[in-house]
Ligand binder design. Structure first.
Ligand code: DX5
Ligand code: ZN
Length: 222
């Protein structure tokens, strides 16, 4: 049974002066999740929102919040975003000395555990953590900024899908970076089911149309 196609808008392109309203509008437009891009200025050369910002917006929406932690100390930071209302918390494999423990701890705190792979990181990095993983995020840009050029990694996505299927575990595969009407189809065909979209989605005058179009292209492609 294939896993549901979901669209997770990134908050990066939002007007931060109206961030709460923008998130409410994304929910009204049919977004399945809000993708919180958390950056500490060290793991990536950019800084974004803290847990208090997420917590202040949590009660205004009902959809799933997911935190993409682009931080050097994920074990310290992850609990803060679970507390703030993120159901899924994703840590970069590249920032974890003990990835299995980091993922297991997220689960122990009540969150869904996610592992993020930068473009250069091979799929087999997750081979021995699938038993403590609920979500895999594949970066198709180098993290730190929205609006970057998409890096095709279809073999990697297909390899991850094969590993997940062989494991028998229920794991979402999400793609993050440069996802648009032009790129989402090939990623869905390769095996992904959740899609972050930032700049491409925010280019639509009507975000509901954007969410619907991205979803229908992904559905048709797989
Ligand atoms: C980049 C972030 C992505 C990015 C996606 O570090 O993790 O979520 O904001 O933005 P677009 O869709 O514009 O590539
Ligand atoms: Zn992200």
């Amino acid at each position: 049974m294939s896993r549901a196609i979901e669209i997770a808008p990134s908050i990066l392109p939002a007007d931060f002066a109206r961030l709460g309203e923008e998130c409410v509008d994304l929910e009204k437009a049919g977004a399945d999740r809000i993708h919180w891009d958390v950056m500490d200025g060290v793991f990536v050369p950019n800084i974004t929102v803290g847990p208090d910002v997420v917590a202040s917006i949590r009660s205004h929406l009902t959809i799933h919040f997911e935190a993409h932690l682009m931080v050097m100390k994920p074990d310290e930071i992850a609990p803060l975003y679970i507390e703030a209302g993120c159901s899924t918390v994703m840590v970069h494999a590249e920032a974890c000395t003990h990835l299995h423990r980091s993922l297991d701890n997220i689960r122990k705190l009540g969150g869904r555990s996610g592992v993020v792979l930068n473009p250069h990181t091979p799929a087999n990095v997750v081979a021995h953590v699938l038993d403590v993983t609920d979500h895999i995020l594949v970066m198709t840009v180098n993290p730190g900024f929205g609006g970057q050029k998409y890096i095709p990694l279809l073999d990697k996505i297909a390899d991850l899908k094969a590993m997940v299927d062989a494991s028998g575990n229920e794991i979402d595969i999400e793609i993050d970076g440069g996802i648009s009407a032009e790129t989402i189809g090939e990623c869905a065909a390769a095996g992904a089911n959740v899609f972050v979209s930032g700049s491409a989605l925010f280019r639509y005058d009507d975000k509901a149309e954007g969410v619907a179009e991205l979803k229908s292209i992904a559905e048709a492609a797989r």
